[in-house]
Design a protein around this ligand. Sequence first.
Ligand code: MD3
Ligand code: FE
Length: 194
Amino acid sequence: MVLRGRAHDLASELVADIAGIAAAAPFHHQITPGGKPMSAAMTNCGALGWITDARGYRYAGTDPQTGRSWPPMPTLFEGLARDAAAEAGFPDFRPDACLVNRYVPGARMSLHQDRDEADFTQPIVSVSIGLPAIFLWGGQARADRPRRVPLLHGDVVVWGGPDRLVFHGVHPLGEGTHPLTGAVRYNLTFRRAG
Ligand code: MD3
Ligand code: FE
C-alpha cells in the first residue's frame, strides 16, 4: 500500500532525527559479502540494526563501527511506522529495527529480497525523504522484469502479505537538489527483525 505524501509534513523533523542518529552512529558504506562497498551509505536505530560484512548479512544489537548499541528509535519514527502499518491491515506491527539509507546522485541498490528478518508475516514500512527515486518493484523470482515506481519526498509504503518477499531495488539516483536535504535521498525502512 502506497500512502503518497503521508510523511510530507513531518519531513523536517524526520531529517533532524536522522542527524541525531548519525551523530551517534555515523553513516557508513558497508561492505557486501562479495567485498564491494554499497553505494548507499547506511546507519540504523532501534534495538537491532542491519549489517553486512565478509561474513554475510544479519541483524546486530551493536554498531560494528562504534562498538555501541544503535541509538534508540525516535518516537516520531515508531509512531509513523505503526500508524502506516495499521492502516494497511497490520495493527500488531512493532518495529525493532530501522535501517536508514542515504543516497546521493548515482547511488543505487541492486535487486534483492529482504529476508534476514525472523517473521515474514510482519510487513516492512518504508519512508522516502528528499530527492525522488525510481523504485524497482520486481516479482517473486529474480528474473521477473521489475516495474518502475516513482518514490517521492514524503511517500510511505507498506510491504506485506504476498509482497513481503518480492525482489526490489532502486535505480541510480538522478542529479538534483531538494530544498530540505540538498543532493540527498534518505529512505527509512522499519522492520520487525527479531
Ligand atoms: C519490498 N530500500 O533497505 S524502500 C532496503 O529505497 C531497501 O532505500 C530501498 O530495499 C530504498 O532493503 C527500497 C522500499 C522497500 C523496502 C523493503 C521491501 C520495498 C520492499 C521489502 C519487501 C518488498
Ligand atoms: Fe530491501
